[in-house]
Design a protein around this ligand. Structure first.
Ligand code: ADP
Length: 262
């Protein structure tokens, strides 16, 4: 579509609607979401449970296609593609970091980083060298030959970030990347995401329910009831919390963060 800017904009989603089911059981998970992310930006997505965060992440990640609306990465639209084409698009353009790392237990760290190359049939020397240099980048060159059970959770997550970057995706999507880590390991992972965005120009979109994790991003987009409810600049956990509290007026005051925990 000619309105997409291929230079500055990494992701452009317009009027994204996602409906599940039909008739009386139909759920409108997204009701016309617009999100634009610039190349090299680090954006966090927050919102109460059920607000549509996972659905939006799945659509941005080419795991699902929207019911209506458009979505493009680097100027290339992928709404409406069938499953086979979505799979190819995902492989070529998007790197994923998951809450539970999703490393293969029988493979070493470097072999795990190489998995996207194996899937794409591109196991060559340049990519092998890149896998080692990415492990160096995430501080784990000396653990290249260790299997996941010999690594801490934080180390496994850093391996998974190296894996996500192997094929130089235009977009890195992180789904609760610190959700299974202690706070020290979580901070190391967030710093890494922050750095690969600010100093290396990777575009990162992260779903999180943790206000201090979200505050590490350049910008936080808040969802409520399947719509964008607003956004704040990153940098301050307090301003993230302040905005979040305006989204959930019905939350029991005794448990102010309960609505944010899924
Ligand atoms: P969040 O990640 O913010 O908790 P979700 O994107 O998981 O929100 O869900 C948004 C809404 O869509 C919820 O009402 C949820 O029950 C519904 N939903 C999500 N996935 C499906 C699905 N596969 N089938 C039916 N309803 C779904």
């Amino acid at each position: 579509m000619d309105t997409f800017d291929k230079r500055a904009v990494a992701i452009e989603a317009h009027g994204v609607v996602k409906e599940y089911g039909e008739g009386s059981t139909q759920v409108r998970a997204l009701r016309g979401v617009d999100v634009t992310v610039e190349g090299g930006e680090f954006v966090a997505i927050m919102g109460p449970s059920g607000s549509g965060k996972s659905t939006l992440l799945h659509i941005l990640g080419a795991l699902e296609t929207p019911t209506a609306g458009s979505v493009a990465v680097a100027g290339e639209r992928y709404d409406g593609l069938d499953d086979k084409r979505l799979t190819t698009f995902r492989r070529d353009h998007i790197g994923f970091v998951f809450q539970f790392f999703n490393l293969l237990g029988s493979l070493t760290a470097v072999e795990n980083v190489m998995v996207p190359a194996l899937i794409s049939g591109r196991r060559d020397e340049a990519l092998t060298a890149r896998a080692y240099s990415l492990l160096e980048r995430v501080g784990l060159r000396d653990r290249a030959d260790h299997v996941p059970s010999e690594l801490s959770g934080g180390e496994q997550q850093r391996v998974s970030i190296a894996r996500a970057l192997l094929l130089e995706p235009e977009l890195l999507l992180a789904d609760e990347p610190t959700g299974n880590l202690d706070s020290r390991a979580g901070v190391a992972v967030l710093r890494l995401l922050r750095e690969i965005s600010s100093t290396e120009g990777h575009t990162v979109v992260m779903v999180t329910h943790d206000p201090s994790a979200a505050a590490m991003a350049d910008r936080i987009v808040f969802l409520r009831d399947g719509e964008v409810a607003g956004e704040v600049e990153g940098g301050s956990t307090e301003s993230v919390l302040d905005f979040f509290m305006t989204l959930a007026p019905a939350v029991d005051e005794a448990e102010p963060f309960a609505a944010a925990t899924s």
